[in-house]
Design a protein around this ligand. Structure first.
Ligand code: PAN
Ligand code: ZN
Length: 189
């Protein structure tokens, strides 16, 4: 079968795009209404054109015996109110599924949290590779002035669940205070 033969894609470190790819997905402010804490800023940004927050480029590398998904993400620089652009964030549906994230461009933080309330943030610069263990929700925040690009690998069997993060957020948010990225406690908690 064709899918059981090796295949390579060509990745651009600057743009985060690779070719060939199976699909790409765009997330705008309107796709993340519940995630950002300043609802007034959310509404006015949507009215003012609903800017792009991040894109995902994807290839599943499905064979007849396995899969190993590749997803690259490019988060634009920017803020909604004082809160930096970020990914939605999710738990994996399957309780035994980890993931590897590899930051190749930009700067920011990987936020991770368990359902028991343990929270950990990893500072990211180009070259940081993080292992996300099973059962840790994960979100990436771009605190820099250029796009943040990272590469992810995971099994399709992981599945994604967004509702818990949508309702509760992460323990801490990253906002700009006096020109600096600052952690503040999430006011939903
Ligand atoms: C990543 C993410 C990607 C976008 O491929 O899906 O960075 O973030 P959200 O899915 O939270 O919108 C991944 O973690 N896959 O499991
Ligand atoms: Zn994931």
């Amino acid at each position: 079968k064709k899918e059981d033969y090796p295949i390579s894609v060509q990745f651009d470190f600057n743009t985060g795009v690779f070719e060939p790819q199976e699909k790409s997905v765009e997330r705008k402010v309107s796709d993340m209404v519940k995630m950002f804490h300043d609802k007034t800023a959310v509404e006015s940004m949507i009215k003012a054109g609903d800017p792009l927050v991040y894109e995902i480029f994807y290839y599943g590398f499905k064979t007849s015996a396995s899969d190993m998904a590749l997803g690259t993400t490019r988060i634009q620089p920017g803020k909604v109110g004082d809160e930096y652009y970020m990914t939605k964030g999710h738990f994996h549906e399957a309780f035994d599924q980890p993931e590897i994230y590899f930051c190749v461009k930009g700067e920011g933080y990987l936020l991770m949290e368990t359902r028991e309330g343990e929270f950990q943030a990893e500072k990211w610069t180009p070259g940081t590779i993080s292992h996300i263990p099973p059962m840790w929700a994960h979100r990436v925040v771009n605190t820099g002035k250029e796009p943040l690009v990272f590469v992810a690998t995971y099994h399709l069997a992981a599945g994604h669940t967004y509702t818990e993060v949508e309702e509760k957020g992460f323990l801490k948010c990253l906002v700009e205070k006096d020109g600096k990225a600052t952690f503040v406690l999430n006011d939903k908690r």
